[in-house]
Structures are given as C-alpha cells and as structure tokens.
Write a protein that binds this ligand. Structure first.
Ligand SMILES: C[S@@+](CC[C@H](N)C(=O)[O-])C[C@H]1O[C@@H](n2cnc3c(N)ncnc32)[C@H](O)[C@@H]1O
Length: 272
C-alpha cells in the first residue's frame, strides 16, 4: 500500500477531527493520554461487539478491520476471544501507542496490527488485490451513510460490517428540527439495507443502561480532568468546556438520541 504523509494542513484538520470525535477542544490533544487515562474503551462495549462478531461467524480463520479503533479495546478483545486476525486504524497517535502496548502485554501483537492513519485515507487506498475482510467495524465516528460507504467495499460479499451510530427518537424530536438531519430508526434501517444488504442484529441499550454507563465514564473523565487541571492550570477553561460537552451529550443519549450498534450482512456469497 502506497502511503504519502498528509500535508501539514490535512494533518492539522485531522487533529481537529480527532478532538471533535470525542467532543474535546483541540487544545487538549497533547494531554489525551492523561484525559483518557485508565479508559481502555472510549465508547462501545467490547463484550457486546465481540459477541456480535462471534454470532456473525468470525473465528480463527477470519480477518477483521476496526476503523477508528481508539485504544484498541475491541480489536484486542476480538483477537483474544475469537482468535481472528485484526487490523485496526486510528488517527490519534497517543491512542495507537496505547493499543500497541496493550496488544504486546497481552501477547497478541502478532494477531492485532495497529496503524496510525486517517480512516478515510486508509479506506480509499485499500489494495484491490488484498483478500477482503470478513468483517469491518466503525464504532462511534461517522454517521451511517459515511461509515457504510467506507466499510462496505472492504468486506467480502456475505461478510459483515458493524456500525455504532445513534438514531433519533421520532416522537421526542418531532418538534425539534435541529435533530432532523439525523435518521430515525426506520430511516437508518433503510439506509443500511440498500443494495440487498441485511441488518441481522441491532443492539439498542435501554435508557437506564446508557445512564449507568455514561455516569461511570463521566466520573472517570472528571477525575482525570481535575488531575490535569492541578498540573496545568492554563488548561482549566478547555477542561471545563470538555466536561460540559460530555454532560450535554449524555443528556441527549437515551432520550432524543438512541445509541445503536448495527450488524449488517453484505449481499452476495461469492467464494474466495
Ligand atoms: C468516540 S471514539 C471511538 C473509539 C472506539 N471505536 C471505541 O468505541 O472505543 C472516536 C475515535 O475516532 C478516532 N478518529 C477521529 N477521526 C478519525 C479519522 N479521520 N480517522 C481515524 N480515526 C479517527 C479518534 O481518535 C477516536 O479514537
């Protein structure tokens, strides 16, 4: 695979995208290792996703791709439990460093490869001669349309792609046009089932499960943020903005926005 380094402008815009993807001001990027300390998973539950992969038939001879893998919790858990091989990509260098260290500690470095790259660039330069993946994941980065566009061509016919993206609650957002660009559950299903693909499973956590998960994540982030603020007082305003962004997102999740993990089987059963 040919790889030219991104231009300085592209690298800067990628850093901003990384910060936005976790609702953080870009000024906090240099302390991401401390801000997300002791948080191997940044969103989706590795247990739930790996169970889904297993039900989709992923096993020792399978290869999977995780685009925007964060610190690699899901990639490592899949390599360990399902004994599949994993390629995992993320644009945050600090997260990739941690993922490599965790895979090495778990003795899984041979089965789980981590690449510091832009998901968009990685997907667009995929080698047409490479055997397609049995499954590809994008959990918590792009919306359904963009995530599907990146993942689907990388998966073999009959293989699976998994997307974690919220839909909007139709009833609660009927009079809230600011949410109307986000698909409802039925619209998400229709978007995913184009070209003969089938949604074979969807995990929609109950509002109480979301509240419990978000409360635990928020407590950890708040503790990490205060530790940083003590050492780096100049970052206090950015840390407050970050925590306010997290509270705002948590207020919406489980109400107007319903998180969902969609497992989609790509049409066709060509033999490779
Ligand atoms: C909400 S986190 C989800 C991480 C992981 N999928 C999980 O569930 O734990 C979003 C991730 O997207 C990554 N990211 C943002 N923009 C990216 C891009 N253009 N290419 C690759 N990764 C990106 C961030 O670095 C971050 O790790």
């Amino acid at each position: 695979m040919n790889r030219t380094p991104p231009s300085p402008q592209r690298a800067a815009s990628l850093r901003r995208e990384v910060a936005r993807s976790v609702d953080a001001p870009a000024s906090l990027l240099p302390v991401f290792n401390l801000l997300f300390k002791d948080m191997p998973s940044l969103g989706s539950s590795p247990r739930i996703v790996v169970n889904m992969l297993q039900r989709a038939g992923i096993g020792p001879r399978s290869s999977i791709l995780d685009l925007a893998c964060g610190k690699g919790a899901i990639a490592i858990s899949a390599a360990r439990r399902l004994r599949c091989s994993v390629v995992a990509v993320d644009a945050c260098e600090a997260f990739i460093h941690e993922a490599v260290a965790s895979a090495t500690r778990a003795n899984l470095a041979k089965r789980a490869a981590f690449i510091h790259d832009d998901a968009r660039a990685f997907a667009s330069r995929a080698d047409p001669n490479r055997r397609p993946y049995d499954a590809a994941l994008m959990l918590g980065l792009w919306g359904i349309i963009e995530a599907r566009r990146a993942l689907r061509p990388l998966v073999k016919p009959g293989g699976h792609y998994i997307i974690d993206d919220a839909f909007r609650d139709e009833r609660l957002t009927r009079r809230a046009p600011e949410f109307h660009q986000i698909p409802t559950r039925a619209e998400s299903l229709a978007l995913l089932e184009r070209d003969g693909d089938r949604v074979i499973e969807v995990d929609i956590p109950t509002p109480s499960r979301i509240r419990a998960l978000n409360a635990a994540l928020y407590r950890r982030l708040a503790a990490n943020a205060s530790a940083i603020a003590r050492e780096r007082p100049s970052l206090r305003p950015a840390l407050s903005t970050f925590l306010e962004n997290q509270r705002h997102a948590n207020r919406l999740l489980g109400r107007e926005l319903r998180p969902a993990i969609w497992v989609v089987r790509r049409a066709g059963f060509k033999k490779y």
